[in-house]
Design a protein around this ligand. Structure first.
Ligand code: IVH
Length: 685
């Protein structure tokens, strides 16, 4: 039965009643998360789920004593860490013996059958996932720890990050296989290809470097010190093994998979049980053929002996178990020749060297271009026009040049050099680390379509009807040759365009006019400043409360905003200093009406007090604490200085606390902070 969404009145709810409701909500939320994320069979609507989630959040804010680390609300990530702790695995995480040669698989099968006394053996076969291996430790059924594989014996403690993955249950389901008191599981964290592509698109829109493949993206997200970033990366997991805490009555790998499923964890449903070599080969063939359709990256199939007792007898070498084998797919790499290297300007102004190739077939697709990423990559790999190169394609991802194939005695062309001017608009390129960037953000034709589209996107000015196609049309027909022209469009001009009628033309003009009254944070985001996403734009807006102040801020002032580091500050300053940008901004400002965040009254309880948070808070999240301070007129900054009034130091606070001590800035623990708020008549609800 579905629980009703109850609205409890604060004054009437006792702690006991809250505790019961909180327990019930957590159970329900976890059950629905499993139905949705693991079994792909939701039974309630997203809205209902959100309502239950919000109710839990509210109760936890009102009754902080009920907060527990395994609450579904704690999946959002916590305070950034300075470094990961290193942890010993409960059992070694070995790797696999692997080969793409069927003869090796045959040898493996013969060896295992011999060990079994020359009888038939049964195997579990499953896809070999190309992701990041993790250990999940459950204590009394609650997720206590998650660690990367590391060197196989010790890994990094990435618990906070793994908790953000919705398909990882925070507590195991009872009712199936009994839950051992301490249970360590092994699985693979992956990013689905679709999610990977969306992420890369977003990164590129924010002027950041995209990931080369889903594995790097998954491993990168898993090893983020700021778990709030991990929470925004759509990760997934498949669990395939028990590392520690084998229930004694389980005798086969197949039963292991069933038990893992019963505990509520995702098990790959392409896993099968087979018994003869021909079946293994057929499975390998079948999975290889569906490789491009299954939605995540795999690089082979894993064959595991089903009988656990026999496994025990066979044991392991120091690297890999003798009872498992990875039957890899042939690599999707080919050799071809570079016909030309051309610089190509992306939507965000990043200029990428692209190798134009003699067309070659890679896993069923003809490839004639491959990225060389950036200036330093070309130099490091020393790829030149005319070279023979090995190219590789991973899933649906952009092909890459892996390396040069040496051709002794062949005369080579001169080294490739990046042009000094933008190949699209002629503006001098600037260097940003290994990247070359065209700084003419708003007038460079190669960037304009993307800029217009981004400007009108939902989180920016939210201009209905200004999609990618329309942006392209506007630029191609010359109606918009720089961004501010958007505001001068007339319905009469638009009607002339393909796909426009009188009504849609009128609608677009009206939408643009309406959007010209815009909150500062949206406007900032809309500009597409490198590194400035929605969250940073919001923080800049609430911190400075004025566009002109942000525009004139130097790197030091910008770094006062939490979340703005030196690199980001440098990019922001460079963006505003660029003369082309400055004149476009002046024009834009004449056309928009900026809505500034509300000013704070002088008598606000925390008016003009500066806070710095460090370490992990327990009762309230960092976000909530920050909001509380800001709504009461205080400021939250990222670094401690003499001007700081309070440093709120949570669990395992590090260098900022030390700095506060040195400067004599008052340090509050979490309780002291909550007391200070209470004294000012503020509380976390
Ligand atoms: S079983 C002791 N099953 O491939 C055997 N591994 O070197 C444990 N991998 O690091 C591994 N998919 O992370 C197993 N279905 C699967 C897998 C898998 C991917 C990874 C694993 C390991 C690497 C092989």
């Amino acid at each position: 039965m579905e629980p009703a969404v109850l609205v409890h009145k604060k004054s009437t709810m006792s702690l006991q009643a809250a505790r019961e409701r909180v327990d019930e909500l957590r159970r329900e939320l976890e059950r629905h998360a499993e139905l949705y994320y693991v079994r792909d069979a939701p039974v309630i609507s997203d809205e209902k789920y959100d309502a239950l989630f919000r109710e839990l959040e509210e109760l936890e804010t009102r009754f902080p004593e009920l907060l527990t680390p395994d609450s579904p609300t704690r999946r959002v990530g916590g305070a950034p860490l300075d470094a990961f702790a290193s942890v010993d695995h409960l059992a070694p995480m070995l790797s696999l013996d692997s080969h793409a040669d069927p003869a090796q698989v045959e040898r493996f099968d013969v060896r295992l059958r011999k060990a079994a006394g020359n009888t038939a053996v049964s195997y579990v076969v499953e896809p070999k996932l190309d992701g990041a291996s993790v250990e999940l430790v459950y204590e009394d059924g609650s997720l206590a720890r998650a660690a990367t594989r590391g060197d196989g014996r010790r890994g990094e403690d990435v618990t906070v990050n793994v908790k953000t993955i919705r398909s990882v249950p925070l507590s195991l389901r009872a009712g199936g296989e009994p839950v051992p008191p301490v249970l360590a599981l092994r699985g693979e964290i992956i990013m689905r290809v679709e999610a990977f592509e969306t992420l890369n698109e977003r990164l590129m829109n924010e002027g950041k470097e995209p990931f080369a493949n889903p594995r790097n993206a998954a491993a990168g997200a898993l090893r983020q010190l700021d778990s709030r970033i991990t929470a925004q990366r759509p990760l997934d997991i498949y669990v395939y093994d028990i590392l520690f805490g084998f229930p004694p009555e389980i005798g086969t790998q197949w039963r292991v998979l069933e038990a893992i499923r019963e505990w509520g964890l995702p098990v790959n449903d392409l896993s099968e049980r087979v018994s003869i070599l021909a079946e293994i080969e057929a499975y390998h063939q079948r999975i290889m053929e569906s490789r491009d359709d299954i939605g995540y990256e795999i690089d082979g199939v894993v064959i595991k002996l089903d009988d656990l007792a026999l496994r025990e007898e066979l044991g392991s070498t120091s690297h890999h178990p003798r009872w498992a084998f990875a039957f890899k797919f042939p690599p999707r790499k080919e050799i071809t020749r570079v016909l030309e290297i051309l610089p190509s300007v992306g939507r965000t102004g990043v200029v990428t060297p692209v190798a134009m190739l003699r067309p070659v077939e890679l896993g069923g697709v003809t490839v004639s271009r491959a990225t060389l990423h950036n200036r330093e990559e070309v130099a490091r790999k020393d790829i030149r026009k005319g070279d023979r190169v090995r190219v590789q394609r991973a899933g649906d991802v952009i092909p890459q040049v892996v390396e040069r194939v040496h051709e002794p005695g062949r005369r080579r062309q001169p080294r490739f050099t990046m042009p000094e001017a933008c190949p699209s608009c002629g503006t001098g390129l600037i260097e940003r680390g290994p990247f070359s960037l065209c700084p003419n953000s708003f007038e460079c034709p190669a960037q304009l379509v993307g800029r217009i589209f981004h400007f009108g996107s939902r989180a920016a000015l939210d201009i209905e009807g200004l999609g990618d196609e329309t942006a392209k049309l506007l630029v191609e027909t010359g109606l918009v040759s720089h961004l501010p022209d958007l505001f001068d469009l007339e319905a009469g001009q638009l009607v002339e365009l393909e796909g426009f009628a009188e009504i849609s033309a009128g609608n677009l003009v009206t939408a643009i006019a309406t959007a010209s009254r815009v909150e500062l944070e949206r406007f900032l985001f809309a500009l597409g400043i490198p590194e400035v996403g929605v969250a940073v734009a919001r923080d800049l807006a609430t911190h400075f409360r004025s566009f002109e102040v942000i525009r004139a801020a130097d790197e030091e002032a910008l770094q006062d905003v939490p979340g703005v580091g030196p690199r980001m500050a440098e990019q922001i300053v460079a963006f505003f200093r660029e003369p082309h940008n400055a004149s476009v901004l002046d024009e834009l400002l004449r056309r928009v009406d900026l809505v500034l965040p509300a000013a704070v009254a002088d008598n606000a309880p925390l008016a003009d007090l500066k806070f710095v948070f460090t370490g992990a808070l327990e009762a309230v999240s960092r976000e909530e604490a920050k909001k509380l301070v800001e709504t009461a007129g205080g400021r939250v900054t990222g670094s401690v200085s003499k001007a700081t009034d309070y440093v709120v130091a949570g669990e395992s606070a590090g260098s900022k606390r030390a700095k506060a001590e040195k400067l004599g800035v008052e340090i509050l623990d979490e309780r002291g902070f909550l007391e200070l708020l209470a004294n000012k008549g503020l509380s976390p609800d």
